[in-house]
Design a protein around this ligand. Structure first.
Ligand code: NAI
Length: 487
């Protein structure tokens, strides 16, 4: 029924659609890949020297294949007509209106793509959900497509679920060497055929043993479950970090000890100021909403706790900053290093920096931001959404280097684990700051002892204050027998 896949179209040229299609073009020279988006400006950027997203290794691959077997276009109908297989890779943000507001994913973009496909397909198409969607979303897409099929005998559709597990910052590595590829399809001969076509695309570079095929609903749920499990690990270690601060245990040591249990493993046990990004919060909330819709209140509450700990961790960190700066930050300059939700990406969606910034702006602190990959406009607009433009205009400055951001500040706050923050000349920075100078390490990337030796007061998540710094006479205390490890 379906032709061998020679033309792939991806609707949605974002953090998932762009890198995924660049990788397919790279690994499948016999396949022509077209990425389309309704945002014409974004498409123009994909066709320029300045790609719309930063991802290590992406630019090289795009520049090698663009115009050969990788194309970026805003002609959505044409790309749909020409495709054998269509990825739907549009955004599914948390809904901000109506039923499910603040929890359910907004599926209006997915639905609109399904309708566009129904209108312009013209022939048989395999339609693949790559966006993260709640269980049974494929059913709605199928209903829309089958309706079109009733009126046009040339049309024929199968809808597959193929969730994406890449992580921003390591997207190209994850795509090139995935832990697994998951493909869900209808349990019917037609469904199996469609699945086998997509399997053959991935087999160009992924070992068959790593390609897992399931029914559609298992595939959809597995994506939400995977993100919920990952977010839960971060909230778990962050909850432990609070106990560490209150007791003298060190969260780095606890994570190390716990993570060495092979049943648990060491990944995602780094305590921090909280997780961010476009997926974890949205997908856990989507799971919570799903549980509520299924009348599974206990399960909904269980997963909601993961989000609550994350919000609390951000608040706790901001409160700590205020507390340690003698209970007032009004009029004090604070250097905020990092704004993206993690290193090696310029993505700021749900970044913890936004919320820590918001709490400090409420206390009238003057915030001096620096991030190597996030523009001033982006920082200002994200903060304005939660704190209001007036407060941002009055209290926020954005600098083009960490050194500039730290000048005249009472404290440095590390919000993103960018490598360059580890190797800054803190001795030089110390001389340009107000004294006493404090460092709040929200990512556990700095050498506490070195900073204390320079004269900084140091607070790091998950260490008791007396281990983190000596409040009464910081300078030189590092030489006095402090043996806490510098994780
Ligand atoms: P994004 O916001 O970066 O990109 C989505 C793109 O879709 C936008 O450029 C938008 O203009 C376009 N779009 C929306 N409706 C359209 C329409 N009707 N026609 C044409 N273009 C349309 O989103 P991102 O981050 O790429 O995420 C896409 C999906 O993948 C989401 O469901 C997300 O949950 C999921 N995902 C995201 C990951 C990430 O790290 N960002 C990782 C794994 C999954």
């Amino acid at each position: 029924m379906f032709r061998e896949v020679k033309n792939i179209t991806c609707v949605g040229a974002g953090y998932v659609g762009g890198p995924t299609c660049a990788m397919i073009a790279n690994k499948c020279p016999d396949i022509r890949v077209t990425v389309v988006d309704m945002n014409t400006e974004k498409i123009a950027q994909w066709n320029s020297d300045e790609l719309p997203i930063y991802e290590p290794g992406l630019e090289e691959v795009v520049k090698t294949h663009r115009g050969k077997n990788l194309f970026f276009s805003s002609d959505v109908p044409k790309a749909i007509r020409e495709a054998d297989l269509i990825f739907i890779s549009v955004n599914t943000p948390t809904k901000m209106y109506g039923r499910g507001k603040g929890m359910a994913p907004d599926l209006k973009y997915v639905e609109s793509v399904a309708r566009t496909i129904a209108e312009h397909a013209g022939g048989p198409k395999i339609v693949v959900e790559k966006s993260t969607v709640p269980v049974k979303a494929a059913e709605s897409i199928t209903t829309i497509l089958r309706e079109a099929q009733k009126h046009n005998a040339d049309l024929h559709f199968q809808v597959l679920s193929n969730p994406e597990f890449l992580a921003e910052g390591t997207a190209m590595r994850d795509l090139s060497n995935p832990d697994r590829v998951l493909i869900g399809g209808e349990s019917s001969p037609d469904g199996y055929e469609a699945v086998s076509h997509l399997v053959r695309v991935y087999e160009h570079w992924v070992d068959r043993s790593k390609i897992i095929t399931t029914n559609t609903w298992s595939s959809e749920l597995s994506k939400l479950a995977a993100n919920a499990f990952l977010a839960q690990r971060i909230s778990s270690i962050n909850a432990i970090s609070a106990i560490c601060e209150a007791t003298g245990a060190d969260v780095g040591e606890v994570a190390h000890a716990v993570g060495h249990d092979s049943r648990i493993g060491g990944k995602f046990l780094q305590a921090s100021v909280g997780f961010g990004g476009s997926c974890f919060q949205k997908d856990v909330l989507s799971l919570v909403y799903l549980c509520e819709s299924l009348n599974l209140g206990k399960v909904a509450n269980y997963w909601r706790g993961v989000i609550e700990i994350n919000d609390w961790q951000r608040r706790r960190f901001a409160d700590k900053i205020v507390g340690e700066l003698f209970n007032t930050v009004a009029g004090k300059k604070i250097a905020m290093l990092g704004f993206s939700f993690k290193k090696n990406t310029g993505d700021t969606r749900e970044s913890s920096a936004i919320y820590v910034g918001k709490h400090l702006l409420e206390e009238c602190a003057e915030l001096q931001f620096y991030d190597p990959k996030v523009s001033e406009t982006q920082i200002r607009s994200e903060l304005a959404l939660v704190s209001g433009k007036e407060s941002v205009d009055r209290l926020v400055k954005v600098h083009s280097s960490a050194y500039e951001a730290c000048k005249g500040a009472h404290a440095i706050v590390i919000l993103t684990e960018w490598d360059e923050f580890k190797t800054l000349d803190y001795k030089r920075i110390y001389t340009t700051m107000e004294h006493p100078s404090a460092v709040f390490d929200g990512r556990l990337i700095l050498d506490k002892k070195m900073l204390r030796d320079l004269g900084f007061r140091v607070f790091a998540i998950g260490s008791a204050p007396d281990q983190a710094y000596n409040m009464f006479g910081t300078a030189g205390c590092g030489s006095g027998g402090d043996s806490s490890p510098n994780r």
